[in-house]
Design a protein around this ligand. Structure first.
Ligand SMILES: [Zn+2]
Length: 533
């Protein structure tokens, strides 16, 4: 991997190591109720040694400490992004389609704009309108493109619509069952070109891997971009085997902390559930932790594959769970037997209930509270389910960008009518809340979405609540809250000095996404410093 190492050197400036750092004259939001505000922080050997007034903190460091005047700037604990997907997608001709939804006419026009006798794959993102329209099927795509492979992907990442050439090229046989997934059928009972859930991700897992150099660049870019926003921890569910991802991460020389979450995408229908042998703390990589196993229990209410207690209002669709009750229980028991944390994608209310039923069958709620089972998204946690979820101590990882769906989208009407996608209601019900991007990685854009959630304005968080969820909440969601997510003596020295005060009520919400980190410290190392600062 020599090429990789060379690329790493070109892209990343050498880190600055200092045994001691003293920062004074700042405005610290510590996340600690006992001392919420402070002006100075001192760091030694990767840990915070003092937080408080300038004079008191300055007295704790030696003459040789690196001294930084913060000029009154806001300092926050490092952002901990609890839900990240990384991995490049295959090169292809992307159709020019509006995001997130296109009409039938727009899709026809975009497909016709591609030469039928051209080369290579035609791909594009579609929304729920096309996905749930029975008028769109394999035969219709074949009529438009009989010789080129066409692959339309739901923008949620939860489904593919293929023409016959694409189906052949992918070697897809709908007669072979895939656990956790299924194939769509038209009115005539034949395969309609739709590939659902794990049947879709199995295809991804079987594609030839991208070259290491491309993946390394993608990791380096992501890590570097997020350091510049003040993100210090990334909890990643990669679209590749975890062993490979850890190797790439180490070779990439990325400085962010990585929590790698196992995300099994079965490569064949008879593969054992979990097959990797990664240790929790890979040798010589102190910022990497491997823990947690994520399974996707249902689709999303956008693709209408997530089952709901009452049918979808516009199509009457019912959706279905990826796994039946016995399988869900078996998945939970398997993860628990390995002493691992359980992370489950929950889109609809039926999945939320099925999981809680499985939990109840396995252990009483008090025992579950120690396990910190996670609901990723937790959109289906309707008001009537919150108390039960709280009794199990379920940690909800919400994704603020999911609240930014346009007003006119059917999803917006659905979540309001059914009380889906809770946010402040989770805190009110006593549920632990963490935030993850699962989309645009800018935490300050996500802070804007979390404090002005357009699909659920009544569920807005205050900026402090959102910041707490993005730091201490995300640390709790990975069981590191004893050393991460607060600016307290003894904690890891992970924090960011911001270009503007995100907690200043005078700063309008629309200005939040423009926030940058001037100085990002991880483990006491200056991982990013703005040349102007
Ligand atoms: Zn996700």
């Amino acid at each position: 991997m020599r090429l990789a190492l060379l690329l790493g050197c070109l892209l990343l400036a050498p880190p600055m190591h200092a045994a001691e750092i003293l920062l004074v004259n700042g405005r610290l939001w510590t996340g600690d109720e006992r001392q919420p505000q402070a002006s100075a922080i001192a760091v030694r050997d990767g840990r915070i040694v003092a937080v408080g007034d300038d004079a008191v903190v300055a007295a704790t460091v030696s003459e040789t400490a690196v001294r930084i005047d913060l000029g009154g700037r806001r300092v926050v604990p490092g952002i901990n992004d609890a839900h990240v997907h990384l991995g490049t997608s295959p090169p292809s001709t992307q159709l020019d389609l509006p995001f997130p939804e296109s009409t039938s006419d727009q899709l026809v026009a975009a497909l016709q704009a591609q030469p039928a006798d051209g080369e290579g794959w035609i791909t594009g993102d579609i929304g729920g309108a096309i996905w749930t329209d029975p008028g769109w099927h394999q035969a219709r795509l074949d009529a438009l493109h009989p010789t080129r492979p066409v692959q339309l992907q739901m923008f949620t990442g939860h489904g593919l619509l293929l023409n016959s050439v694409a189906q052949r090229e992918l070697g897809l046989d709908p007669a072979i069952a895939v656990p956790g997934g299924w194939y769509g059928k038209g009115a005539d009972g034949a395969f309609d070109g739709r590939v659902y859930e794990y049947a879709h991700w199995r295809i991804l897992a079987q594609l030839p891997p991208h070259p290491d150099a491309e993946e390394l660049q993608s990791i380096q870019r992501y890590s570097q971009a997020t350091l510049k926003w003040g993100t210090t921890t990334l909890q990643v569910m990669p679209w590749m085997p975890p062993e490979r991802f850890v190797g790439l991460w180490i070779d990439a020389g990325a400085r962010s902390r990585l929590r790698l979450i196992r995300f099994p995408t079965p490569a064949s229908h008879d593969e054992p559930v979990v097959t990797d042998t990664l240790v929790k703390h890979p040798a010589d990589a102190p910022r990497i932790t491997v823990s947690g196993t994520k399974w996707i229990i249902d689709g999303t209410p956008v693709d209408q594959a997530a089952p709901l207690r009452a049918p979808y209002p516009d199509t009457g669709g019912n959706g279905r769970l990826n796994f039946d009750q016995a399988q869900i229980e078996a998945l939970l028991r398997e993860i628990l037997a390995r002493g691992d944390q359980v992370l489950l994608h929950v889109g609809g209310d039926v999945a939320a209930i099925a999981i809680m039923d499985a939990m109840e069958a396995i252990a009483p709620p008090a025992q579950w509270r120690e396990h910190r089972l996670r609901f990723e998204h937790g959109d289906g946690l309707t008001p009537d389910l919150l108390a039960r979820a709280a009794s199990f101590g379920i940690v909800v990882v919400q994704n603020p960008s999911h609240f930014a769906v346009p007003e006119a989208h059917p999803f917006s009407a659905l979540v309001r009518a059914r009380g889906f996608s809770p946010l402040s209601g989770l805190l009110d019900a006593g549920l632990p809340l963490a935030l993850g991007s699962d989309g645009p990685p800018n935490p300050w854009l996500n802070l804007m979405f979390a404090t002005t959630p357009s699909t659920r304005p009544d569920q807005a968080l205050t900026r402090e609540q959102a910041l707490r969820a993005y730091t201490r909440g995300s640390a709790y969601a990975e069981s590191t809250e004893h050393e991460k997510g607060k600016l307290v003596a003894g904690y890891l020295a992970d924090f960011a000095v911001l270009s503007q005060d995100v907690l200043d009520p005078e700063l309008p919400a629309q200005a939040l996404p423009g926030t940058r980190s001037l100085l990002t410290v991880i483990d006491g190392e200056i991982a990013w410093r703005d040349p102007e600062f």
